[in-house]
Write a protein that binds this ligand. Structure first.
Ligand code: FAD
Ligand code: UDP
Length: 366
């Protein structure tokens, strides 16, 4: 089968590449081994008619106006600012840790300056910051680290904070004010009709053909493409020749409550110290949907299963670099997205990287 462009994976990375090349007159074949488009951002109505995210909660946020503008061609938006509470010793506290968290947890009534002084007093100064334990202790000290971070991280990654890159816990800021939003990006919104509808519009082009339930392994020798864009796991592409590159998996347990309009006060509640799941998300907060019942998802971290997260340790980064050398030498094939670039990307970062690559290649075809 002949095509200008083969795109492996119909998630954000693949969909942006497909749309860009199709709009520049190239014939594009998109394959995905799953039965649907959208990758991990796929959403659907559950059997009760509530819009849920099959692969866990996806909240769109960005500081990149060009990413917002690009996606706005394919969707309207509903403004949504995510809020998260953490369940510690039976009470719910705002996360990221902020003024409220400190006052509520320690029965204080500090103002912003008081909270800054509090952190200064409890923090353990670490230089250099080598890992996620360093960054948390350096910011908030041991008690808050043990209550909010250590056990959550152990559950999520199967590793201690000290084994993970500082960038992991560094995703969560610490605040002295009472801002209780999870993200502070300028643009925070959900696709008004859902992610799947947005992907349908991105891929709706006469030059794009989509083959679902199609694994790259089974067609790699059958498709004759000038350029291939691969967004699956990097180690699988190279037949695991250097061994398995670790990816963290999750299992998602969805549940619907027909008799309950609301399950919890905010979109997500984290459970750092109890249960085997890390967090519960209630979708109606994210989507604004009205329904007499409500649907939630619990996330159970797993070592095996579908790959969802690269695992940011120095050992894994070294193994990734070995695979990357092979990837760089693979002429006509480009490795894109969270799994193939082995980067802990948010959705907007995947879109930005795919836009950059497509504009480079389309302006300077090799
Ligand atoms: P994916 O979406 O993983 O798409 C890759 C596609 O490739 C998949 O559909 C897969 O089936 C397909 N594929 C793989 N191998 C093959 C093969 N051999 N043959 C054919 N097809 C193949 N980001 C945010 O910005 N905000 C959030 O709130 C957020 N929440 C998240 C929550 C969870 C639980 C997870 C796991 C991620 C979250 N993310 C979030 C990150 C977001 O999911 C990713 O940044 C984004 O989806 C990555 O897009 P991608 O195209 O790189 O990969
Ligand atoms: N984290 C934590 N406690 C929390 C929230 C986050 O220890 O209450 C740490 C944990 O290591 C987690 C990382 O910070 O994996 C990043 O959290 P984020 O919510 O960004 O994770 P994601 O949404 O990507 O799963």
């Amino acid at each position: 089968m002949k095509t200008d462009i083969l795109v492996v994976g119909a998630g954000f990375a693949g969909a942006v590449i497909a749309e860009r090349f199709a709009s520049h007159g190239k014939s594009v074949l998109v394959i995905d081994k799953r039965s649907h488009i959208g990758g991990n951002a796929f959403d659907e109505l559950d059997s009760a008619g509530v819009l849920v995210h099959r692969y866990g909660p996806h909240i769109f946020h960005t500081n990149a106006p060009h990413v917002e503008e690009y996606l706005s061609q394919f969707t309207e938006w509903r403004r949504y600012e995510h809020r998260v509470l953490s369940s510690v010793e039976g009470n719910l506290y705002p996360v990221p840790i902020n003024l409220q968290t400190i006052n509520q947890l320690y029965s204080l009534s500090l103002d912003e300056e008081g909270v800054a002084a509090f952190f200064e007093n409890v923090r353990e100064k670490r230089t250099p910051i080598r890992n996620s334990e360093d960054i948390v202790l350096n910011n908030v000290g041991r008690d808050l680290c043990d209550k909010f971070f250590r056990n959550y991280t152990r559950k999520q990654w199967g590793l201690d904070l000290s084994e993970l890159s500082p960038a992991v816990a560094g995703r969560i800021p610490v605040r002295t004010n009472s801002d209780d939003r999870y993200f502070t990006d300028n643009f925070q919104s959900m696709p008004a009709e859902g992610y799947t509808r947005m992907f349908e519009r991105m891929l709706d082009h006469p030059n794009i053909r989509i083959e679902l339930n199609t694994d790259f392994r089974n067609v790699r020798n059958k498709v004759d493409a000038t350029q291939t864009f691969y967004s699956g796991p990097l180690d699988a592409y190279f037949d695991f020749c250097f061994g398995k590159l670790p990816y963290r998996s999750l299992s998602f347990r969805h549940e619907h409550f027909a008799q309950k309009e609301q399950y919890q006060p905010v979109g997500t509640v984290n459970y750092p110290n109890d249960y085997e799941y890390t967090r519960i998300t209630e979708f109606k907060h994210l989507t604004g949907q009205s329904h007499s019942g409500t649907s939630i998802v619990r996330e159970f971290p797993e070592t095996t299963g579908d790959p969802y997260y690269p695992v940011p340790t120095s050992e894994n980064q070294a193994l990734y670099q070995s695979y990357k050398k092979l990837a760089d030498a693979e002429s006509g094939t480009f490795f894109i997205g969270r799994l193939a670039e082995y980067r802990y990307y948010n959705m907007d970062q995947v879109v930005a990287a795919a836009l950059l690559l497509s504009s480079k290649l389309l302006n300077n075809p090799r």
